[in-house]
Design a protein around this ligand. Structure first.
Ligand SMILES: Nc1ncnc2c1ncn2[C@@H]1O[C@H](C(=O)NS(=O)(=O)C[C@H]2[C@@H](O)[C@H](n3ccc(=O)[nH]c3=O)O[C@@H]2CO)[C@@H](O)[C@H]1O
Length: 123
């Protein structure tokens, strides 16, 4: 069974892509088998080297959306792509809008290895 940290990498990391095409999200959601069983409403992919993301666990500590206090906000903007489910798309035809952005991101970190385990949002 993959750990939360491995799941985060699988679900959110794409360091090798710098610019995306309009079909990026639909392709990624298929390749990363993120559309198993239902269409996830929002998924963000991060186009930064892994160390740039792991260091966020040592940056601004902020409250998570779920009230936990182990979220951290990146002190610099990150190159990301937001994939948002288009209205009216029905599983298994999950149709996503691709939006490339540069924003500060908020992730949750596990205190043990200080690994990113959850994407909380971007601001
Ligand atoms: N503080 C914590 N500390 C430790 N663990 C924590 C904590 N909080 C949750 N987990 C765990 O994380 C796991 C998980 O997958 N949570 S998830 O909410 O579904 C992820 C969201 C995110 O993937 C995506 N999204 C959302 C916005 C956006 O801009 N971009 C974007 O991609 O949508 C999803 C739903 O919002 C789950 O096991 C939960 O228990």
């Amino acid at each position: 069974k993959e750990s939360q940290a491995e799941k985060f990498l699988q679900q959110h990391m794409d360091p090798d892509t710098s610019t995306v095409t309009s079909s990026y999200c639909n392709e990624m959601m298929k390749h990363r088998n993120r559309t198993v069983g239902f269409c996830k409403p929002v998924i963000t992919f991060i186009h930064q080297p892994l160390p740039d993301v792991q260091v966020i666990c040592f940056q601004g500590n902020v409250r998570c959306k779920n009230g936990q206090s182990n979220c951290h906000q990146s002190s610099s903007k990150m190159r990301i792509t937001d994939c948002r489910l288009k209205k009216g798309s029905k599983y298994p035809k999950c149709d996503y809008k691709t939006q490339q952005l540069q924003k500060s991101i908020i992730v949750a970190c596990e205190c043990v290895q200080y690994e990113t385990v959850h994407f909380d949002g971007s601001v």
